[in-house]
Structure formats: C-alpha cells, structure tokens
Design a protein around this ligand. Structure first.
Ligand code: G3I
Length: 486
C-alpha cells in the first residue's frame, strides 16, 4: 500500500471538496454523463458507475448475451455499471464462423442494450489465437493477411461509431522466455511478429474514432519480462507512429497476488503516452483479503490520471469463468460482497481525473470519458528548464494534486550528446517526501532527493528525453532539479 497517495481514512475527508470541484466542472462542461450529474454535491455515489464517473472514469462489466434472460443479472448491470465488454460475442469464432460470413446477432443484443442505457462499449477482441474458427488455421500467409484485414474491417465497420475502445490484439506475448518473446500462433507462424503492427494499422483505418488497445494478462507486475516486452512494443509503436492508444491490463488476480508495484506499472505505461484500462478484473478469494485486493487495484487506477476505467470480468460469481474462485463483486445470489463496498468507497474517494488524455493520431477524436482538467492546480507550472548543453537536464512538473499530496512527472533530457545513465537531484522547499516512485531509483531520504535511472531507461539519445514519476506527501512543489551523467 506504499504507493497509495490517499490518506489512511480512504480519502473520505476529501469527498466534500472534490464533489464541489466536480459539480463546478459539470456546470462548465455540460457533457458529463447523467450518472455523474445525478450525484449531488457532498454526497457519495451509491453505484459503481456513478462513483467512477465522478473522476471521469467508467466502471464496466463483461456481459454474456446468454444470461440476458436473467432479470436480476440485467437489473444489476443496469444499476451498477456504465460500461460493458461482450464476454465472448465479438470474438472471431462468434462473428465470422465461416470465411466471409459475418454474424452479429448476440453481440448486437449487448450493444443495443448498452446504447439504450448510455453505456460505453469496449470491443473484445479482433485478433487472438484463441476462439479462432478452424478455417483460419488452414490459410496460406497471403490469405491469412487478407482474412485478418477483412475481419477487422467488417467487425469494426459493423460497430463503427459505437465502440469506445477495441482490444485489437489480445494475448500475443508468451508467458516465458526472454523479454519480447511472442507466443507461437498461426499469426506469428505465417505473418511473422509484424502481424501486431499490421492489425493496428488496419484497425485505425477501419474506425478512426475508436481507441485501439493492446490487451494481455500477466502484465500486472511492473518488472516482469512479459510486461517489459509489452512496454517495449508500445514504446516502439509510439516512436514509429504505429497507431496505438491504450493498453489493457486484464488483471486476473488472486487476493495474495496483486503486485506491490501495480500502481507503478500503470504509471509506467501511462508515461508512454497511452491510456491504461483494467479490462478483465477478477480477484479470487473472499472476505477482507479479497476486499483489500480490490481496494488496492481501484486506488492504483484512480491515482494515475491516464487510467481511464475498470472492467470486471462478470457480475456474479455464479456466471464467472472461474466461479470456483468466487472472484467477482456480487455473490451467486447477486448480493454485494465486502469487495463491492471496498471498490465503491475507493471510487468515491478518487480525486477528479486531471488527464487531458491527449490523442496520438489526428484521426482519433477526443475521448468523452476523459474530462478536461477540472481541479484548480496552483502549483502545476513546471520547474524552470535548465540550459541544455551539458550532459542532461531535468524538469519537474506537477501532474496531479490533492490535499496533502501530489503527483509529478520529471522529464530528463539529454544534451547535445547521448547519455548512458543519469542522476537527478533536487531539494524539497517545505518538508515534502516521496511516497512512491516509478521509472527511477531513489537513494537517500530527507529534504535532498537523488534519483537515478532504472535499469531500462538510462540510455537517452542526444536531444531526446525520458520520464520518471512519483507521488509525494506535502503541498505540490516544483523545485529546480539538476541532472548529471557519468
Ligand atoms: O456456449 C457454449 C455452450 O453452448 C456449450 O454447451 C459449452 C460447452 O463447453 O460451451 C459454451 O461455450 C463456452 C463459452 O465460454 C461460453 O460460456 C466455451 O466452451 C468456453 O471456452 C468459453 O470460455 C470463455 C473463454 O474466454 C474462452 O477462452 C469464457 O467464457 C470467457 O470468459 C473467457 O474470456 C477470456 C478473455 O476473452 C481473454 N482473456 C482471458 C479471459 C478468461 O479466460
């Protein structure tokens, strides 16, 4: 819990002030969802979707069309959630069971219900080695390439303008092996590793207004090899202009397995310039252990402005794909579990989302979920930029703040020569202290701060930059920082 910037009372004392800020923002924007608008100033929201909407986020659930005849299931979905992901209905085997023959009946059922309730819809998923109809396996390389593009065009085309974010490629990375190893599949075997890039380029062309996500499991630990592989791919895509807008952390977890660096992980992906969505959350366990794990995951998301929403992989333990683990927020009788209350409280305690969620492509329209900067931040001007010309320079910028704490991003820029290793130092003016740091290594403590590069971001090309970030206690400050390189 070291990375939690909220006070020990779960942030409840922040609620009144925050509601007023939100209410003010709503007045200005006039575009927030009805759910958010229905929460009176000073009151905590009573449902997951309404609570998430207060900080500009969504809270969704995976829904199976086959259960929509269960009226309690649908009533719980409608009451608690403001987003949805079809659990199986948009997958390749469901939408194109034989080549060129498309079927959308089940997915349409979910989409039209969601639209009638004003929910956000996540599309899941276009290119995945699993739930792939058998005809795909028999294609030649050139046939597979055109079948993949055709599938993306038809499925995205059918839902054009209705989908908030698509999981364009799902689970392409291997669980073992060196950093960056892809899982062997029909796609890697016939198209090579470039199939991911090809899929994203085709997806951008098919629906320029949908956010395009890479989605995977076991990428929750900031330092795991699989995580590093996905991180490197996104960094490479951003550097080369391959369209990508978001990463989905599936987060199929157990009570004891939420990584201690989970928030850092979200922050390190966000620092690459993509949104982060928790896409398939479920946490095996029960009682207070499960509730604590759900609370930590929720707080980790709300602490990072570009973590734009959470989806749980089902509503009730009864219908969960891992029902034996009782991993969801409602029990088999749709009763709220302890974990439900933990999530609701954490969402209610979140500060407004200040991320402008910049879009990376001129073709991508601004996301309606991400609200503009709604909180007054008197201390957000960056520290003065030191003259470049030496080995490196560093600039501190406040990216979020709340009573008693703040979040900053530090940009480390190489001068006229490349640097290989860097150290940034500054002195806090009034007793601030770092509570959590990512993409860097801190040494010492007290008012003098020293941060050196992490193992993976020490090399910066001439004139280029990298960033690290932290949350801190105290009032937001942007002291002048120095940077040295060995
Ligand atoms: O609908 C048929 C039914 O007619 C048949 O009688 C029955 C017999 O087994 O199968 C039913 O289909 C099952 C389907 O879920 C609907 O319940 C499939 O067998 C079963 O394989 C399928 O499992 C889905 C699984 O993906 C497939 O890989 C789960 O529901 C779904 O929750 C799960 O979701 C995945 C995400 O898409 C990607 N990330 C991991 C996640 C969990 O595995």
């Amino acid at each position: 819990m070291g990375e939690n910037p909220l006070p020990a009372d779960g942030g409840r004392r922040l609620v009144g002030t925050r509601r007023l800020l939100v209410a003010g923002a709503l007045g200005v924007l006039g575009t927030a969802t009805a759910l958010a608008a229905s929460v009176p100033a000073g009151a905590a929201a009573g449902t997951l979707g309404a609570a998430a909407a207060q900080s500009g986020r969504y809270y969704g659930a995976a829904i199976a069309a086959g259960h929509m005849n269960d009226s309690t299931y649908v009533a719980t979905w409608d009451r608690e959630f403001n987003a949805v992901t079809p659990e199986n209905e948009m997958k390749w085997d469901a939408t194109e069971p034989s080549r060129g023959s498309f079927r959308f009946t089940s997915a349409d059922q979910i989409v039209s219900h969601a639209q009638s309730k004003g929910m956000k819809i996540r599309g899941h998923t276009l290119v995945w080695h699993n739930q792939l109809p058998s005809w795909v396996g028999g294609l030649s390389a050139s046939d597979l390439r055109s079948a993949m593009t055709n599938h993306i065009n038809n499925v995205m085309g059918h839902y054009k303008g209705k989908i908030y974010a698509w999981d364009v490629v799902n689970e392409a990375f291997a669980d073992g092996g060196a950093v960056g190893t892809l899982r062997s599949s029909v796609f890697t075997q016939k198209l090579g590793n470039g199939f991911i890039e090809e899929a994203f380029r085709a997806a951008r062309a098919a629906d320029p207004n949908a956010k395009l996500c890479y989605n995977d499991y076991n990428i929750d630990d900031a330092n795991a090899n699989k995580t590093r592989g996905v991180y490197n791919m996104i960094k490479d895509f951003k550097a080369r202009g391959v369209p990508i807008d978001c990463v989905g952390l599936q987060s199929h977890l157990s009570s004891g397995s939420v990584p201690s660096n989970y928030q850092q992980n979200i922050a390190q992906f966000a620092a690459l310039g993509v949104d982060v969505q928790i896409t398939e959350l479920d946490i095996g366990g029960s009682g207070s252990a499960q509730a604590d794990a759900y609370r930590r995951v929720t707080q980790a998301c709300t602490a990072v402005p570009r973590c734009t929403g959470i989806t749980v992989w089902g509503i009730t333990d009864k219908y969960s794909w891992r029902s034996g683990d009782t991993p969801l927020l409602f029990d088999g009788n749709f009763n709220k579990k302890q974990a439900y209350t933990a999530v609701l409280d954490a969402l209610n305690a979140a500060t407004p989302n200040t991320s402008p969620s910049p879009t990376t492509s001129p073709n991508t329209s601004p996301s309606p979920t991400t609200s503009p900067n709604t909180s007054p931040s008197p201390n957000t001007s960056p520290s003065p930029t030191p003259p470049v010309g030496g080995a490196c320079s560093a600039t501190i910028e406040t990216t979020n703040s709340w009573p008693g704490g703040f979040q900053s991003t530090v940009t480390v820029r190489a001068g006229s020569s490349a640097v290989n290793g860097w150290t940034v130092k500054w002195t806090w003016p009034s007793g601030q202290s770092i509570s959590s740091l990512w993409n860097g290594t801190q040494s010492g403590s007290g008012s003098s701060v020293t941060v050196s590069n992490a193992p993976y971001n020490g090399s910066i090309a001439a004139g280029s930059s990298t960033t690290f970030g932290f949350t801190a206690n105290g009032s937001a400050a942007t002291p002048t920082a120095t940077c040295t390189s060995p």
